[in-house]
Design a binder for this molecule. Structure first.
Ligand code: 5RP
Length: 238
């Protein structure tokens, strides 16, 4: 599929999330990071230009910048009204709506906003739907001081652990941390893995988002559809 067709699917999903889940009178919206969430930010900017009065909680410095460009006022987490809806992209979506996130490195704030929001809506193209999480290497955010220790511990459970780099130096998140990308292969129990990883001293957050997404909107060549959630039990056997 051409790049522009993929972009069109992302745009349609991002716009649909705002059109379906954000209503006039809502006072605070959580806004994600990435090329699909971009379109939700864009649509919300159009609503603000029409006179809707709301503020946003941004999940990254980049999203803050996009909001500023579009006249959307941002506030810190729970510094303003409760977040009614948060909209964000994902790197993988399992049938039970478990997600892998953090391809753009914003996982910590993305999870913080998703946890705080009353409703978390995910926007993706069809290519993000998987039977099981794990094809996309799992981002794990770590405190730089402990990066080597966490890497050593992770190597006991994961065959491939890579420090994320950018321009020859470690990639630094908006929180001043590093990211270890962990290619676990199939992840049959994402909640348990998340729990186990967070028990390692130095791990700040993982890109596993379990039991957070309420709705998943999927952009495809035939339009935008809302995914039906399968129970995690039906998700298990391949
Ligand atoms: C950033 C993320 C993004 O939501 C995820 O990487 C999807 O991005 P895109 O919509 O550009 O494919 O988790 O940390």
């Amino acid at each position: 599929m051409s790049g522009s067709a993929v972009d069109e699917e992302k745009r349609a999903a991002g716009y649909a999330a705002v059109d379906r889940f954000v209503h006039r009178g809502m006072r605070c919206i959580g806004l994600g990071t990435g090329s699909t969430a971009f379109w939700a930010i864009d649509r919300l900017g159009a609503r603000v230009a029409e006179g809707w009065e709301l503020v946003a909680v941004a999940t990254s410095v980049e999203t803050e910048r996009l909001c500023e460009e579009r006249g959307i006022r941002t506030v810190g987490l729970l510094e303003g009204p409760p977040i009614e809806v948060a909209i964000d992209g994902a790197d993988e979506v399992a049938p039970d709506f478990a997600l892998t996130k953090g391809g753009g490195g914003a996982l910590f704030r993305e999870k913080a906003v998703a946890l705080a929001a009353k409703k978390f809506v995910v926007v993706v193209g069809e290519n993000k739907l998987v039977r099981r999480l794990g094809k996309f290497p799992l981002p794990v955010e770590v405190v730089p001081f402990s990066a080597r220790y966490v890497e050593r511990e992770l190597r006991l459970m994961c065959p491939s652990v890579e420090l994320r780099m950018r321009a020859g130096a470690p990639f630094v998140t908006d929180n001043g941390n590093y990211i270890l990308d962990c290619a676990f292969g199939e992840i049959p129990a994402p909640g348990e893995l998340d729990h186990g990883l967070r028990a390692i001293h130095g791990v700040v957050a993982t890109g596993l988002f379990v039991n957070l997404a309420a709705h998943v909107l999927v952009g495809s060549p035939s339009g935008v559809s809302e995914l039906e959630r399968a129970s995690s039990k039906t998700n298990l056997p391949l």
